[in-house]
Design a protein around this ligand. Structure first.
Ligand SMILES: NC(=O)c1ccc[n+]([C@@H]2O[C@H](COP(=O)([O-])OP(=O)(O)OC[C@H]3O[C@@H](n4cnc5c(N)ncnc54)[C@H](OP(=O)(O)O)[C@@H]3O)[C@@H](O)[C@H]2O)c1
Length: 324
C-alpha cells in the first residue's frame, strides 16, 4: 500500500512538471499574454470594462457580450450562412445582423448548422439584430418578425437602426416591452451621433441603452460619444471597423497602421481590430471569406503597447466613410 502511495505521488509530480513544461512551450514566444488594457480611463467613468480573459464586456443590462463578433452587412444569403458557420467554428460568439440586410434567416441557418454539429449551443452565441426605421410605428410586430426569421426564441440584443425623431421613442418603448416579455435580453441604439439626440431617447424611456453602434474606426474614433454614453454605462460598438467595403485599403495602407502590423508580424486588419478592443470598442468586422474570418479572430496573442495606442489615437480625422 505504502509503495503504491509513493508511486502515485511521484506520478502526480511528474504530470505536474510535464504540464508546466507544456504550458511554457505553448506560451507565445514574442509577446506576453495581453492584459486587460482597456480599463476605463478617468474620462470614461462608468464605461463597461473589457475582460480580455473572458473576451467579453458586461453590459449595463447585466448580460455578458463578446467583445469581438462577425458583421453580416451586404452578405448574400449563402455568404451569410457560410460566414456565420465559419465564424462560430473559428471561435466567434457574437453575430451582428439586421432586418434591412435581408439575411436574418440565413444567419439563423448558419447558427443552426453550427449547433447541429455540436460546435456551439444557442446559449453560447450572442445574436444582435436591428429594427429598421419603417417598422418603428409597430415595433412589437418587428421584434416577433425578427425572432421568426432568425429561428430563435430570444434575441440577445436588439437595437434601433437609426435615429428617427418622429417615432424612435415609440420604437424603443417596444424594445422595452420585448425585454419585459423575455424576447430580448438587452436593447440599444445605432447611428446617434449627437449627445442631445441620444439623450432625447434616454430621457423619454426607462431602460438605459446597453450599447450604441456607430461608424467607428481609426479615422473616426467616436471619442465624444463614448465619453457621453459612459455616464449611462452604455458601451460603444464599431461599425465599419475596418473602414467598410471599398475603403479598407485606405486604412490597411496607412503608414502608422502598417508599421505597427510589421512590428508584431500581423496584418493591418488584426492591428485595427486589436486597437478597437483595447480602446474599449466592441468590434464586428464583416467578411465573406473563411480565411479573413479566421485571421480576424486571431488577435488574442499580441497587444498594442501604450505608445502604439497613442499613435493610433493620433490618426483621428473625424472623417466618416459612409454618408448614412
Ligand atoms: N448600424 C449600421 O448602420 C451599420 C452600418 C454598416 C455596418 N454595420 C455592421 O457592422 C459590420 C462591419 O461593417 P462592414 O462589414 O460594413 O465593414 P468592415 O468590417 O469595416 O469591412 C468589411 C470589409 O473588410 C474586408 N475584410 C474583412 N476582414 C479582412 C481581412 N482580414 N483582410 C482583408 N480584408 C478584410 C471584407 O472583405 P471580405 O468579405 O473579402 O473578407 C469587407 O470588404 C457590418 O457587417 C454590419 O454588421 C452596421
Amino acid at each position: 500500500m505504502k509503495t503504491k502511495g509513493m508511486l502515485a505521488i511521484v506520478l502526480s509530480l511528474c504530470l505536474l512538471l510535464a504540464g508546466c513544461a507544456q504550458n511554457q512551450n505553448s506560451a507565445p514566444q514574442s509577446s506576453p499574454e495581453p492584459k486587460n488594457t482597456a480599463a476605463p480611463s478617468a474620462d470614461l467613468k462608468g464605461y463597461p470594462a473589457f475582460d480580455f480573459e473572458q473576451k467579453t464586456v458586461t453590459l449595463n443590462s447585466g448580460h455578458a457580450m463578446p467583445m469581438l463578433g462577425l458583421g453580416t452587412y451586404a452578405l448574400s444569403d449563402s455568404e451569410a450562412e457560410n460566414s456565420v458557420y465559419w465564424a462560430l467554428k473559428a471561435g466567434f460568439r457574437l453575430i451582428d445582423t439586421a432586418k434591412i440586410y435581408g439575411n436574418e434567416a440565413a444567419v439563423g441557418r448558419g447558427l443552426k448548422r453550427a449547433v447541429n454539429e455540436g460546435i456551439v449551443t444557442r446559449e453560447e452565441v450572442f445574436i444582435t439584430t436591428k429594427m429598421w426605421t419603417s417598422d418603428y410605428h409597430d415595433g412589437d410586430a418587428a421584434i416577433d418578425a425578427s425572432l421568426e426569421r432568425l429561428g430563435v426564441d430570444y434575441i440577445d440584443l436588439m437595437i434601433l437602426h437609426h435615429s428617427q425623431p418622429a417615432d424612435d421613442v415609440n420604437a424603443y418603448q417596444a424594445l422595452e416591452r420585448g425585454v419585459k416579455a423575455g424576447k430580448l435580453r438587452s436593447i440599444g441604439l445605432s447611428n446617434y451621433y449627437e449627445p442631445d439626440d441620444f439623450d432625447r431617447v434616454v430621457k423619454a424611456t426607462s431602460i438605459k441603452p446597453a450599447l450604441l453602434q456607430n461608424e467607428t474606426h481609426p479615422y473616426h474614433q467616436s471619442g465624444e460619444m463614448k465619453k457621453h454614453i459612459a455616464q449611462y454605462g452604455t458601451v460603444l460598438e464599431s461599425w465599419f471597423p475596418l473602414g467598410g467595403r471599398g475603403n479598407t485599403q485606405t486604412l490597411f495602407n496607412d503608414s502608422t497602421i502598417s508599421q505597427i502590423a510589421k512590428a508584431h508580424g500581423v496584418s493591418s486588419a488584426q492591428v485595427i481590430i486589436r486597437w478597437h478592443l483595447q480602446a474599449g470598442n466592441i468590434c464586428i468586422p464583416g467578411s465573406s471569406s473563411e480565411r479573413h474570418i479566421q485571421e480576424n479572430y486571431n488577435v488574442w496573442q499580441f497587444a498594442l503597447t501604450e505608445e502604439e495606442m497613442a499613435q493610433m489615437s493620433n490618426l483621428e480625422r473625424d472623417e466618416r466613410f459612409a454618408n448614412f
